[in-house]
Design a binder for this molecule. Structure first.
Ligand code: GUN
Length: 292
């Protein structure tokens, strides 16, 4: 069994990006600048956003963190987005999700300039992705494609089963893997909470992308030998033996499934670290597009 090591792979990607930034600086070209907006004080969201900002600094990007209070109105947030849209120094920005209930998430995402939408969540960019046109592929699906590519996993003609139909992961992943592209050309089955006889389907899979958000959902008996497993799940489960009071658990029962798998992502240290590396990659791309 080979671990698909997202920690190492993302470090490789970040080192490559840092080299490109150093080259930009040497040529007196603009340094990529990512801004992140966060509304409220959710602990997990703050941790993610801080990790994104720190990653920017490490590769030599400029970064801005815009922290807004839980009471921020939709109008105030739209104003903030309008400012970022026209700020010439900002190449890309993200609005961390989830947003407080009183703010319409779709309205916010639609207000972001698609050329600065490095999360790839704007309907224009989702549409481009569906049509296999150049766009920003959102960080998690992009990270999974990159991980499969760097470990030379063959996807062409393979049976891929995606579990979960979220807009952020399951749905784009199923579209991408079916497309005519380097990591693609697969026969994809998108499964979800209404799928019947899921085990019968997963047992036929050469590659499984588990992205449903239920800890240790995929059991050893649900997969065949030599399957490739990508575990997108990352749930905080209370654990009093840990200093911070929780541990992170994926959607895959790792101990059972890893005995049968040819390749598997660990949690943590698999897909998670890849997402930040791909956000940086999208920001670099946004900067290049805007300044070419
Ligand atoms: N919340 C969870 N994942 C993401 C992400 O990739 N981008 C943003 N903006 N919010 C998130």
């Amino acid at each position: 069994m080979i671990l698909l090591d997202g920690k190492k792979t993302s470090a490789d990607i970040k080192a490559e990006i840092a080299l490109e930034v150093a080259e930009l600086k040497k040529q007196d070209k603009k340094t990529p600048h990512l801004a992140a907006v966060i509304v409220g004080n959710d602990g997990a969201s703050l941790t993610y956003v801080n990790a994104k900002v720190k990653a920017c600094e490490r590769v030599g990007f400029e970064s801005s963190l815009i922290r807004l209070s839980e009471e921020t109105t939709e109008e105030e947030l739209l104003n903030e987005i309008a400012i970022l849209n026209i700020d010439k120094d900002i190449d890309g920005f993200i609005v961390q999700l989830p947003l407080p209930d009183h703010i319409d998430e779709q309205k916010i995402l639609m207000a972001i300039d698609p050329d600065k939408d490095v999360d790839g969540f704007h309907p224009m960019n989702v549409g481009k992705l569906a049509l296999n046109l150049p766009t920003f592929i959102s960080a998690t699906p992009f990270g999974i494609l990159e991980l499969l590519e760097r470990y030379n996993i063959e996807t062409s003609g393979k049976n891929v089963v995606v579990i979960g139909r979220s807009h952020i992961v399951g749905s784009p992943m199923s579209i991408l893997l079916a497309q005519k592209r380097k990591i693609g050309n697969a026969t994809v089955t998108l499964t979800h909470s209404r799928t019947q006889n899921l085990s019968e389907i997963t047992k036929k899979a050469d590659i499984i992308i588990a992205a449903l958000g239920i800890p240790e959902f995929l059991k050893g008996e649900m997969v065949k030998d030599n399957v490739v497993i990508v575990d997108v799940g990352i749930t905080r489960v209370a654990d009093s033996s840990k200093k911070n009071g929780f541990r992170l658990v994926g959607d895959v029962a790792f101990n059972e499934v890893s005995e049968k798998a040819s390749h598997i992502t660990p949690v943590p240290g698999g897909v998670g670290p890849m997402t930040i590396a791909m956000l940086l990659k999208n920001t670099l791309l946004a900067c290049e597009r805007r300044n070419s």
